[in-house]
Ligand binder design. Structure first.
Ligand SMILES: Nc1nc2c(ncn2[C@@H]2O[C@H](COP(=O)(O)OP(=O)(O)OP(=O)(O)O)[C@@H](O)[C@H]2O)c(=O)[nH]1
Ligand SMILES: [Mg+2]
Length: 308
């Protein structure tokens, strides 16, 4: 989809808060003098505290124990290296981390709880799409509140992007139809769809999203359907629970982890991968239009567990 070439080192720059927290929490385990049972227990606990999630922390520790046995790694320093390598490997499994790389037309539905950063990320993606030689079109299918449509329109103007919307309260599905038809007739090859993030008793968010997904699937021959889940980096483990709900409803092809620049909870990237099997494809690195980058697993591992 978007390669966003040239945005190197963004993963590292934006993971500094997470690095500091990992140095305190995880790094301290490696100041122990021996690799004994207590060491492994402490490592597992530290990973859990560092937002890796219980299941994923246990799996990681088991893998590293096996690896350490196999390689005869007996010192904390040697285990530290193994942990870094294993984290990078886990996050880049099946080559799915980082941006998508298909060249054909795509329609991306952007989902996530309210305030996670959907609308902002869409503005950034539209700008990035242009830089990649794409013709973007953004669709305001968050018709739940008037403010949402206006906010997206500001991004469309700012990035000089084709924009399709309807009035507040309109059927989001009809906005998506209009957008896909407009994209076909106007030659757009990168359709990005904003969706509501609000749960409301009279408003079944998941049913609404499923309907949009079905419409995308109907247009699959013209635009490859994709779903990106936006997770606020500050939500830690709650992000995994959110991921489950959205994945059950519409399936997700990957995550945009926003606000990585302002969170110490970047360890959740491992839980998202380990517990949900979802790759983090893009990271939000600030509030301005340029602040999106592909996620780089190797760089992330080297940042949170620095080689000194
Ligand atoms: N620092 C930082 N702030 C971000 C990032 N992404 C989004 N934000 C901020 O997060 C806030 C919410 O962003 P929105 O894009 O409105 O979130 P949303 O998911 O569309 O929200 P709803 O439409 O209410 O569901 C805004 O103040 C953004 O500027 C990021 O990567 N870094
Ligand atoms: Mg929004």
């Amino acid at each position: 989809m978007l390669r966003l070439l040239g945005r190197n080192r963004k993963t590292s720059e934006s993971s500094q808060e997470t690095r500091r927290s990992w140095t305190n929490i995880v790094g301290s385990v490696f100041r122990r003098s021996e690799v004994d049972d207590e060491f492994w227990e402490e490592l597992e606990e530290a990973l859990i505290v560092a937002d890796v999630g219980v299941e994923t922390s246990m799996e990681l520790v088991e893998k590293i124990q096996d690896e350490a046995r196999w390689r005869g790694a007996r010192t904390p320093e040697a285990v530290y290296e193994l942990l870094r390598v294993e984290i990078a490997a886990m996050l880049s499994e099946d080559g799915s981390a980082g941006g998508f790389d298909e060249d054909g037309p795509v329609a991306v539905m952007v989902v996530g709880v309210n305030g996670s950063g959907k609308t902002t990320s869409i503005g950034k993606l539209a700008q990035a799409a242009k830089a990649d030689g794409r013709v973007p079109l953004i669709a305001a299918a968050d018709t739940f509140r008037a403010g949402a449509i206006a906010q997206l329109e500001v991004w469309a103007e700012r990035t000089d992007t084709m924009f399709v919307s309807s009035s507040a309260g309109a059927d989001p599905g009809s906005v998506v139809y209009d957008a896909l038809n407009a994209a076909k007739s106007r030659g757009a090859d990168f359709v990005v769809i904003d969706t509501a993030g609000r749960l409301h008793t009279a408003h079944n968010l998941m049913e609404e999203l499923k309907k949009i997904r079905r419409i995308l699937d109907r247009y699959a021959e013209d635009f490859a359907p994709r779903v990106l889940l936006v997770i606020d980096g500050n939500t830690g483990q709650n992000g995994v629970t959110q991921a489950k709900l959205f994945t059950e409803a519409v399936g997700c092809d990957g995550v945009i982890l926003t606000k990585l620049d302002s969170t110490a909870k970047g360890g959740v990237i491992l839980a998202i991968r380990g517990e949900m099997g979802l790759p983090v494809r893009y990271i939000g690195t600030g509030e301005s239009v340029e602040d999106i980058a592909p996620f780089d697993p190797q760089e992330f591992a080297e940042t949170i567990l620095p080689v000194d």
